[in-house]
Design a protein around this ligand. Sequence first.
Ligand code: F6P
Length: 559
Amino acid sequence: MTSPIDPTSTSAWTELAALHASFSPDLRGWFADDAQRVESLTFDLADLRVDLSKNLLTADVRSALVRLAEQTGVADRFAAMLAGAHINTTEDRAVLHTALRRPRGAEPALVVDGQQVDVDVQAVLDALSAFADRVRSGDWLGVTGKKVTHVVNIGIGGSDLGPVMVYEALKPYADAGIQARFVSNIDPTDLAQKTADLDPETTLFIVASKTFTTLETLTNARLARDWLWERLGAAGVDVGTDDARTAAVAHHFVAVSTALDRVAAFGIDPANAFGFWDWVGGRYSVDSAIGLSLAIALGPDVFRELLAGFHAVDEHVRSTPLERNVPVLMGLLNVWYSNFLGAQSHAVLPYAQQLNRFPAYLQQLTMESNGKSVRWDGTPVTTDTGEVFWGEPGTNGQHAFYQLIHQGTRLIPADFIAVANPAYPLADDGRDVHGLLLANFLAQTKALAFGKTAEEVEAEGTTGALVAARTFAGNRPTTSIFAPALTPAVLGQLIALYEHITFTQGAVWGINSFDQWGVELGKQLALQIAPAIEGDQDAVNAQDPSTRALLAYYHEHRR
Ligand code: F6P
């Protein structure tokens, strides 16, 4: 294992610290002085137009950031990941989500740890596509011979957030009369509400779990199995014998997992299980068989287009020099904001309702990846890591939290994402409504960058204390990401862009972005506390005073 390079020990870091010491953001001045600013900071990344010009970035800072990437070995880290080196050190695994979207026949073939990766990936994709086609065409039927109308994906974290986000984004492509739903939370409300109006005879459950050990998912899968038997029985279908119940499960349950033995133990026929590999992290798995619900509801062709979008950005990241490498530049900007300008969070604001779950998806991608205090060799990090990612679609967010972005005391870099063509081109009295959405996107990025001076406020007739309240400081950094339309390829490009931004930041900080030990302690403790909830006095006594008091409240109030 090579030791991580301490970013704070590099000359580039010293240079950035010096630039920061005399840094005086002036987007108005920078735009006025440099007619080339937009051109030099705008990039075409596959179908995405990425405009970095409204960031707090000067030519000096940009060069120093690129040197930081050079001096911390970012390019080598990318090369190691793409080649299948075991860069997930704590789990001794390769990190190969990029292999999931390599086109069929890509050269040279990828062989890692003796595995013919490309061959295996294409075999699962073929099986997934064939199965999806059977369900879509009505060749796969429920136990009473009816066509599937609803697929319910049961999974959590990476086995949920990716599929639900993509489904929401690409729903206009759903063309086979099959709806997808997503159950994740162990709160029984989730399953109860999402199955309430479903017909068991036309519902197909997909149990999606990389490990097939996750408490939430296995509990929900058992609840769903009980629901199926009960509701089929209520509809007069024979589920009185083990054979009948097994047949019902065989027709209404399939699984996606790396642990096919556990799938079989649950009672799902291994013939109806789709695999992936331990080198795909949960939060990087939407492009694996975890996307089965998408292949069924949206179609295998849409799923393959999505993968092609990912691959286009992988190719860019692999072959583009650091100074023009868009995900690298965006990752470096985040380092600049986090480590030098004091930003603690990063907003992602899609001006596209279909991307309403994109911020939630990014929260797992970025925060589970880079929320780390130790580096990949176990030594402490040397600087702050992982910002808080958050956001909501525009324009809704404008009427909720934008006030703080515009006039609050904290620096919040924000990414605005928009498309030129809407999925639903509605007009209001002859006026293109999507145009109004875009006007808001442009207005917000403009207001954040250039603000409004006291003189400008006064020129409008405002006087006294109101002047300060109505003044906007500007210099609030934004990145604008624009695409022609929210196609499957564009969505794949967007996801891959953020994957590689996340990787760049982790590489600079020297952390392993592919483990998530921080979620383990809570899982262990939940298992220890469960008996206390059920009333086991020894388990209650073993708790700390605060937890004991909360348990007492629960036992007092539970009917
Ligand atoms: O929350 C931790 C985690 O391991 C995530 O990383 C993962 O995406 C999620 O749980 C679900 O895990 P699985 O797919 O194994 O059920």
